[in-house]
Design a binder for this molecule. Structure first.
Ligand SMILES: [Fe+2]
Length: 386
C-alpha cells in the first residue's frame, strides 16, 4: 500500500494524481497545462518553513507552488522548465515576478538543473521565512545539493510580518509524471548539513555556528544510537594488549602470502565488474547479529593505499563511519543514478578518529578512498540492518 499525492491510499507503485475538474479540462486541452494547479492536500508541518520534495520521472515541465490558502493567489513558485528553472513570486493580483533563474549548463557532462524526463529524479523546494530564503535542489535534501537560491531583500525586522510566514500549502501543476514518492520536511535546507560529527567532549559553539560539525543531538535519533556504539575514545584498533594491531594489518595487506593480500587478490579476481585493481577493499563483519539490533554486526573495512569503493548507496539506511587508522576521503553524490554526472557534490577527508554519518536523507550515495601513500586505512561502520 502506498500513499498517493492527494493523500489517499493507492495500490499502484506509481500513484496517479487526483484528477480534479480543472485537471480534466487541462487534459482535454481546454486550459494550458502549466496554468493548472492540481488538487493536492499537502501541508507544510510548520507555516512559513519547510521543504517539499517530489521523486518522479516527470513527463514534462512542471511547477511546485507553496501557497497561502485557497483564497489568495500569493505564492512562491518553483518553475522547472525544459531548459531552465525559475523561482517566482506570484502576487495577489496574479502577477508573476521572477526572483531567480538558472539555465541548464552548456556542458552536457554537468548536472542538469531543469526537468529530466528520461530519469527518476528528486526535485525539492525549501522555504525559510526566518532567513527570508528559498532554495531549489535536486537529489537528497541537503543544502550541498542546491541548484538555485534566492534571498529576499527589503524585508521586515520580524520574519513573522513577512508574507511568506503564512505559507502552508503545496500544489503542483504540469508534467509531474509518475510519482515514486514525496515528502514534506519540517526544517528548511538553507544551510549545509555537516558531514562531520563533532564529539560531545570537544564540540565548540564556533564549530556549530559555522556548520563545521554536527552536534550529536542534532542528528536523527538512529544516528545518535549508532554513534554511541563506536564514538568513544577507547574504540580503537590498537589496544594495550595489541598495540601494533593496525601495523600488523597493514603488513598483511602489502605482503604476498599474507591473508589480507591474498583475500584482496581473490576478491578482485572474483569481481565481474571491476577493471581497476584499486577498486577493491576488504569488509570484515564483527560481532553477533541479533536481528535488527542497531550497529551489530559492525563492518570493519580495510582500504589498501590508493584503493577505493565504487559509487554506491545505502538503501535509505542509517550508518556512521569512524576512521580507526589512516585517513579516508569521502565523495558524496546528489543521487544514485547511472545517468547522474560522475562528479561529486561534496568531498571531505577524515583523519583517524574522525566520524561521518549518513541517513535516509543525507549522504546516502558515496565513494570512499584511501588517498594516503603511507599506510592502509581502517574504518568501522555500524548501521541499522535492513
Ligand atoms: Fe558506503
Amino acid at each position: 500500500m502506498t500513499t498517493s499525492l492527494n493523500g489517499h491510499h493507492a495500490r499502484a507503485n506509481h500513484p496517479v494524481l487526483f484528477p480534479s475538474r480543472k485537471h480534466a479540462l487541462m487534459r482535454a486541452g481546454a486550459v494550458p497545462q502549466e496554468q493548472i494547479e492540481l488538487d493536492t492536500t499537502y501541508g507544510l508541518p510548520i507555516s512559513g518553513q519547510g521543504v517539499f520534495a517530489i521523486t518522479t520521472q516527470a513527463s514534462g515541465p512542471f511547477r511546485i507552488y507553496l501557497t497561502l490558502n485557497k483564497f489568495s493567489f500569493e505564492a512562491v513558485i518553483l518553475d522547472i522548465g525544459r531548459h531552465a528553472v525559475k523561482l517566482i513570486r506570484r502576487h495577489a493580483n496574479r502577477h508573476e515576478e521572477v526572483l531567480a533563474e538558472r539555465a541548464n549548463p552548456v556542458n552536457p557532462e554537468e548536472a542538469r538543473v531543469a526537468v529530466e524526463t528520461d530519469a527518476v529524479r528528486t526535485y525539492w523546494l525549501s522555504l525559510d521565512t526566518q532567513n527570508f530564503t528559498l532554495v531549489y535542489g535536486k537529489g537528497y535534501v541537503t543544502n550541498q545539493f542546491k541548484m538555485l537560491e534566492y534571498r529576499f531583500t527589503d524585508v521586515p525586522t520580524n520574519p513573522q510580518d513577512f508574507w511568506t510566514s503564512e505559507i502552508s500549502k503545496v500544489k503542483l501543476s504540469g508534467g509531474v509524471g509518475a510519482v515514486s514518492s514525496h515528502q514534506t520536511l519540517r526544517y528548511p535546507a538553507t544551510y549545509p548539513t555537516p558531514p562531520v560529527i563533532a564529539p560531545f567532549a570537544t564540540v565548540t559553539m564556533d564549530q556549530v555556528a559555522k556548520d563545521e560539525g554536527i552536534a550529536i543531538t542534532q542528528m536523527p535519533p538512529e544516528s545518535q544510537v549508532l554513534y554511541g556504539t563506536v564514538g568513544g575514545p577507547a574504540f580503537q584498533l590498537d589496544t594495550p594488549d595489541f598495540p601494533d594491531f593496525a601495523e600488523a594489518i597493514n603488513y598483511s595487506i602489502v605482503t604476498p602470502g599474507c591473508i589480507c593480500y591474498e583475500k584482496l587478490a581473490e576478491k578482485f579476481a572474483d569481481s565481474p565488474f571491476s577493471k581497476d585493481p584499486h577498486e577493491n577493499y576488504l569488509r570484515v563483519t564483527l560481532g553477533h547479529s541479533y536481528g535488527d539490533s542497531p550497529g551489530i554486526p559492525y563492518v570493519l573495512e580495510l582500504w589498501p593505499m590508493g584503493n577505493f569503493s565504487p559509487i554506491h548507496n545505502h538503501s535509505d539506511a542509517y550508518a556512521v563511519i569512524k576512521v580507526l587508522h589512516g585517513t579516508i576521503w569521502v565523495q558524496v553524490f546528489a543521487e544514485f543514478s547511472t545517468s547522474w554526472p560522475d562528479a561529486a557534490n561534496v568531498e571531505y577527508e577524515f583523519p583517524a578518529d574522525g566520524v561521518t554519518w549518513l541517513s535516509p536523507q543525507c549522504f546516502q550515495t558515496h565513494r570512499l578512498k584511501n588517498r594516503g601513500d603511507k599506510t592502509m586505512t581502517a574504518t568501522i561502520q555500524p548501521g541499522f540492518p535492513r
